[in-house]
Ligand binder design. Structure first.
Ligand SMILES: C[S@@+](CC[C@H](N)C(=O)[O-])C[C@H]1O[C@@H](n2cnc3c(N)ncnc32)[C@H](O)[C@@H]1O
Length: 231
């Protein structure tokens, strides 16, 4: 359960606002799709956790042309946006949308060739981040890849005033008013939680995967690729 209201105004305005709140949002989706096109081009089964309005779907469909997609989206409103996106991409035959969260989902023991989780883990407190990360890694078939993006403050720099100043300047230049800016920043560690880089490394190691590859860093936004060795 997230502190952001995906079934209300926040969710309704998500597609208009997300590029304001997340730096390099489109670059994350573009590089993520390219990474899977390079690593798992013949993927058959792909899991997408928290697609929201499924802005990532066009790139994923193109990157893995033989894949079928299982999409897990717990919010009713976001699931409806996702359904509309699937239809507009003529991808109904390749997609199965389930209105539920990752926790409690039952999956094929053969696993997935790719698991994609863009901008979801920072909605969860650290303990649940750990559980969901372990769960997603456990779903990877041999040779499979987890693609992960999240808000993640580099450790030790949580209150770096210089970085925060740049973030504030960016939001002002993109037109955010001062009241919204303060509200946005006050959500840190209350409605959004930094995903620790160390946790990603520990979980990758504990599940027998290769060390995470950092594909992008844009201020506090990050993109990682983790691959399970082929057996
Ligand atoms: C910030 S949006 C990201 C949407 C999309 N992946 C993107 O990058 O634009 C997060 C989405 O994750 C969903 N979500 C929240 N908690 C979840 C969970 N535990 N499992 C799966 N999805 C979850 C929310 O309902 C929301 O639609």
């Amino acid at each position: 359960m997230s502190g952001l209201d995906f079934d209300g105004d926040y969710g309704r305005q998500y597609r208009q606002r997300i590029r304001l709140s997340i730096p390099a949002y489109d670059a994350v989706l573009e590089l993520g799709a390219a990474a899977l096109a390079a690593k798992t081009p013949t993927a058959r089964q792909v899991l997408v956790v928290g697609p929201g309005a499924a802005e990532e779907l066009p790139g994923l469909l193109q990157a893995m042309p033989m894949a079928r997609f299982t999409l897990l989206e717990p919010s009713g409103q976001m699931a409806e946006f996702c359904r509309q996106q699937i239809a507009s991409l003529h991808a109904i035959s390749r997609c199965s949308l389930q209105q539920q969260s990752l926790a409690g989902s039952g999956f094929d023991p053969e696993g997935f060739d790719a698991v994609v989780c863009h901008h979801v883990l920072h909605l969860l407190p650290p303990q649940q981040q750990q559980q969901d990360l372990a769960s997603m890694l456990s779903q990877l078939a041999p040779g499979g890849c987890l693609l992960l993006s999240s808000y993640s403050e580099p450790s030790g720099q949580e209150n770096d005033p210089s970085l925060l100043e740049i973030i504030k300047a960016r939001l002002r230049m993109l037109g955010m008013d001062e009241a919204t800016l303060e509200l946005f920043l006050s959500g840190r560690n209350k409605v959004v939680f930094s995903l620790a880089e160390e946790l990603i490394q520990q979980q990758a190691q504990a599940s027998g995967c290769a060390p995470p590859q950092v594909l992008l860093r844009a201020m506090f936004n990050g993109l990682w690729l983790i691959q399970r060795p082929a057996t």
